[in-house]
Design a protein around this ligand. Structure first.
Ligand SMILES: CC(C)(COP(=O)(O)OP(=O)(O)OC[C@H]1O[C@@H](n2cnc3c(N)ncnc32)[C@H](O)[C@@H]1OP(=O)(O)O)[C@@H](O)C(=O)NCCC(=O)NCCS
Length: 156
């Protein structure tokens, strides 16, 4: 497999991006995808942030929620046509930067136990398994809770 890392064009998403965000959710997730109203709730939530990797077409999307010192990854999706090119990694770097700016010291996310690829992806980025969440999804599937401690920036 050829690996190349195009410079990701990552920006904050806004309500004009709802259709693009929804489209990627439907392409990347069969069951656990967000509905348009969920996406709008996230876009309007002052404790949440949504990022989009976009050149001509949307390559990836990321939704985050700050809960005290925890930053939760609500959704990460990279278009199948552009996977394994570093977009997911670049989005997660933006996630951790945003988390640190928002005083979070811990990243947390949930991933289906059957999503082996995503689990490997997160492990490569330094995430560790923080426990099994039995029947986490409404259709009965289990999830792993994964976490990563963030190094706080030195106070200036
Ligand atoms: C998981 C996902 C976000 C990865 O995005 P991506 O842009 O393909 O990942 P990257 O190219 O940035 O990969 C970063 C590293 O993870 C590895 N990786 C990515 N996907 C992988 C997979 N399916 N299996 C094994 N390793 C994988 C890459 O090889 C790379 O490793 P390297 O740094 O040693 O080269 C993407 O596959 C996706 O959107 N999947 C469907 C939605 C999903 O499952 N989201 C997460 C649910 S919580």
């Amino acid at each position: 497999m050829i690996h190349h890392s195009p410079p990701a064009v990552i920006r904050r998403a806004n309500t004009d991006d709802v259709e693009e965000l929804y489209l990627l959710e439907t392409i990347c997730f069969r069951e656990r995808r967000f509905k348009r109203e969920h996406i709008l709730w996230i876009l309007h939530n002052p404790h949440a942030a949504t990022f989009i990797d976009r050149d001509e077409k949307t390559g990836g999307t990321l939704m985050l929620l700050a809960e005290g010192n925890v930053c939760r990854v609500l959704s990460l999706a990279v278009h199948p046509a552009v996977r394994m090119q570093g977009i997911g990694k670049a989005l997660m770097a933006v996630a951790e930067e945003w988390a640190i700016e928002n005083k979070a010291s811990l990243m947390r996310l949930e991933v289906s136990t059957s999503n082996v690829g995503a689990i490997d992806f997160y492990k490569k980025l330094g995430y560790e398994n923080a426990g099994l969440l039995a029947h986490y999804y409404s259709w009965g599937e289990d999830a792993y809770s994964m976490k990563r401690e963030l190094a706080q920036r030195a106070k200036s």
